[in-house]
Design a binder for this molecule. Structure first.
Ligand code: SAM
Length: 204
């Protein structure tokens, strides 16, 4: 992990409880992605979640009948999830073993977290996630659209966090190079002028 990525994890670690307590309502695009996952995979499918944070999306995925393995690289988020009674693991998708004794997952869900992975490291992360997913399984990722990278201090996290911004063509190239096919990238408006890139792809 780069120094910037480590500093970002430290920032989340200090204010994880505040982040979880102030989680915004689930956006409609996220609800639609959950419905899409269930329609495609069926209830009971196994989902690896990367960057579970306060657990908002895992709860929604489970409400829809999916089975979720919660993980996060930030220890304080994992402590919060455990305090809520969930199993959760501190794991970095760049370096740690996220595999399961039950075999490959049916899907990987990584909302608003891989934007903290340094650009040169994203191909390795997406390749590792493909290796953990059965062929025909799905990936759902959301990152912020833009050029370059930068630090931002906002919301409930007081420390600066490092973000890597992506444009659709470059992101698609990395996804395809990592073994993902049928890549769909949709632009979704966020706060102010912010645009998100919401990705769904299939492990080919
Ligand atoms: C903006 S929060 C999103 C949390 C949750 N997925 C959601 O949508 O509410 C960013 C998440 O990315 C995680 N994260 C930070 N650095 C990361 C990294 N290098 N790789 C993967 N996840 C990271 C944080 O711990 C946090 O859970």
């Amino acid at each position: 992990m780069t120094d910037a990525a480590s500093a970002t994890v430290r920032a989340y670690d200090l204010d994880a409880a505040a982040y979880a307590a102030n989680a915004p309502a689930v956006p409609e695009s996220v609800r639609a992605a959950v419905r899409g996952l269930v329609e495609e995979l069926g209830a009971g499918a196994r989902v690896l979640e990367v960057g579970s944070g306060g657990g908002r999306d895992a709860a929604l995925l489970e409400e829809h009948g999916l089975r979720v393995r919660r993980t996060d690289v930030t220890p304080a988020f994992v402590q919060l999830l455990r305090a809520q009674g969930h199993e959760a693991d501190v794991l970095d998708p760049l370096t740690d073993d996220l595999s399961s004794d039950e075999g490959p997952y049916d899907a990987v869900w990584a909302n608003a977290c891989l934007l903290h992975v340094a650009r040169p490291d994203l191909p390795a992360v997406l390749t590792r996630l493909a290796a953990l997913t059965r062929r025909g399984g799905l990936l759902r990722v959301a990152v912020k659209e833009g050029d370059g990278e930068g630090w931002s201090t906002h919301g409930s996290i007081r420390g600066p966090r490092h973000f890597t911004y992506w444009r659709p063509d470059a992101l698609r190239e990395v996804l395809v190079g990592a073994g993902w096919v049928d890549v769909s990238i949709v632009r979704v408006p966020g706060k102010g002028s912010e645009q998100w890139l919401e990705v769904v792809a299939v492990h080919g």
